[in-house]
Design a protein around this ligand. Sequence first.
Ligand SMILES: N[C@@H](CCC(=O)N[C@@H](CS)C(=O)NCC(=O)O)C(=O)O
Length: 221
Amino acid sequence: MEAEKMAKLTYFHGRGRAELIRLTLSACNIEFSDEFLYESKEYLKLIDDGKLLFKQLPLLEIDGRNLVQSGAIVRYLGRKGGLCGKNEDETVQIDMLYEGGRDFMSSVLPIGFRPEAEVLAEAKSKFLPKYMPLFEKVAAANGTGYLVGNSMTLADLSLLEPLLSYVEYFGSEIFNDYPALKKLYETLTSLDTISAFLKGPHRQRKNDEKYISDVKIVLAR
Ligand SMILES: N[C@@H](CCC(=O)N[C@@H](CS)C(=O)NCC(=O)O)C(=O)O
C-alpha cells in the first residue's frame, strides 16, 4: 500500500492507550504504521496542524480523518471490521463488555507510573478476583470461545488486552479456575490476525521507564 494512504497511528513508544488500537487494527487486517513521539515539538506541531482535538494522543490518521479518543477510534475500526455485533442486542452487550474490559485493563495500566510491585499486588488481590469470575460467567454462558455470538468482537479484544498483560505478569495459571476464559484466550490468540500481531513489530514492549520518560518529555509544554 502507498505510504500516504496507509493508516498512521501516533503515540509514544509503548503500549499505553494505543495498544488496543494496534490490536484492533491488526484484528481488522488494516495495514498501519506506528509513529512514535519523543520530543515536545513533534507533539506541538500536531496541535498546530489541528490534528489533536483534545490536545491528546493517541491519534489515528485514517481514511482522510484525524481520529482521537481511543474508544472512538476502536469503535470506528470495529464498525469497519464488523466487530460490533449483528443486531442491537449484540451491539449493546458488546459495548457493556467492552467498557468492563477497559476497567479491567485500567488495573494494570498504571504500571510505569506507580511501582510495578505495588500495581501487581493490587491487580492480583483485588482486580483479578473481581473481573475473572464476571467474564467467566459470560464466556461460559455463550460457550463459543467468544464473549458474544460466534465470532470475534470488540468485547473480546477489550478483554484480551488485560488477559495478555495478566498472563505476561502471572503466567497462564490465572486461568486455573476459569475454563471458559482459557478457551476464549486460546481461541483469540490462535486467530491468524491476532497471533501475527503478537509476534510482529506492532506489539509494543511493556510500559517501561523509557516510555514514561518519553511521555513526560513530550507532554512538557
Ligand atoms: N480519553 C483519551 C485520553 C487520552 C490521554 O489522556 N492521552 C494522554 C497521553 S496517554 C495525553 O495526551 N495527555 C495530554 C493531555 O491530556 O493534555 C483517550 O482515551 O484517548
